[in-house]
Design a protein around this ligand. Structure first.
Ligand code: MG
Length: 160
């Protein structure tokens, strides 16, 4: 069996205008929102980059450029679905995903199960294969000051 691993990272700034964040495809109330061309879902963007990297298919900026007017305000789960099909076309399937979300606020742990469920549905895998770990940044750095939220992901693929 051939296994392939990929890593992904993303960060989006927050502004004072927003009323919610979208993370892992789940809408979470917050007094700030993402500054982004799409819905700004950093977790899904990190997972997409990890999947593309593992399959040797480039990166999210090449596949879904932020200059594409069709992607303005895009639901990142649609991009994840398209990434799944790209990866499947290259004869790979997802073994598991591990990820970290770095956000000082809001508290994300109550939303983790809903995120895992949404991602599992889109990817067509059991949610036990998807791990999401929220962390604060101990009040330091952009995430710690509440100016940004970032995410990191690793994905293992197997050749079918
Ligand atoms: Mg992004």
């Amino acid at each position: 069996m051939t296994l392939r691993i990929g890593i992904g990272y993303d960060l989006h700034r927050l502004d004072a205008e927003g009323t919610f964040l979208v993370l892992g495809g789940v809408r979470i109330p917050h007094d700030r929102g993402f500054v982004a061309h799409s819905d700004g879902d950093v977790l899904v963007h990190a997972i997409i980059d990890a999947m593309l990297g593992a399959a040797g298919l480039g990166n999210i900026g090449q596949r879904f450029p932020d200059t594409d007017p069709n992607l303005k305000g895009a639901d990142s789960l649609v991009l994840l679905e398209r990434t799944k099909r790209l990866v499947q076309s290259a004869d790979f399937s997802v073994v598991n995903i591990d990820s970290v979300i770095i956000a000082e606020e809001p508290k994300l742990t109550p939303h983790v199960d809903a995120m895992r469920q949404r991602l599992a549905e889109v990817l067509g895998i059991e949610r036990g294969r998807i791990s999401i770990k929220p962390k604060t940044n101990e009040t330091v750095g952009a995430e710690g000051r509440g100016e940004a939220v970032s995410a990191q992901a690793v994905v293992l693929l197997e050749e079918r």
